[in-house]
Design a binder for this molecule. Sequence first.
Ligand code: MHO
Length: 217
Amino acid sequence: MPGQVQEQKVKRATFGMGCFWAGDALFGATPGVIRTCVGYAGGSRPSPTYKNIGDHTEVIDIEYDPTIISLNQLLSLFWNNHEYGLTTKIKAQYASLILYHDEEQKTIAEKSRVHEQRERGEHLTTTIKAFEKFYPAEDYHQKYRLRLHPWLLESLGITSDEVIKTSPLAAKLNGYVAGAATLEQFESDDLCQNLNEKQYQYLKECVIKTQGTGLYC
Ligand code: MHO
């Protein structure tokens, strides 16, 4: 109806699962994920930094479209892509962490942990708690893998740190150059169809070289 405010469709999910460069690439390449940002959360130290992270955890903050991907689908990626596994005791920086944004997310996450624990038959170290404050990490951590491709960034006009941090295209390409997508996914991606021939070939080579290489850290 004209004038009617559109229902807010974008949702947010926040996970800790090891080095945040990896989660950034993994979720960035996932269809339905709109934006990613890496940062520090879950602790109490004010103004954490990479060098002075205190009791915080490296997390990936995700904006997603719930009509394309569900929280359960994101959780499945979460459970299966931890850098240090789910049962190892690890320092807070790399802890397994789910920060829920509402009661519905809390219920889904807790059910999912029960299910996962039963499936694996082991006690999982994952903490589930309410999201409080998120501190974005330093610019050089945002889309870490994509930053290793200055020609591509320049050629796409993705030249400011702010754009690298917030652009859906940057989130996706960061995943693609890191190997978090298959060639098939890359080739059927509408966003990539808009690239010029040189950009397309450059990315295609990256995807072929890196696809399936595992952790993206
Ligand atoms: N393995 C990486 C970890 C970086 S991360 C953002 C390194 O040694 O630098 O925690």
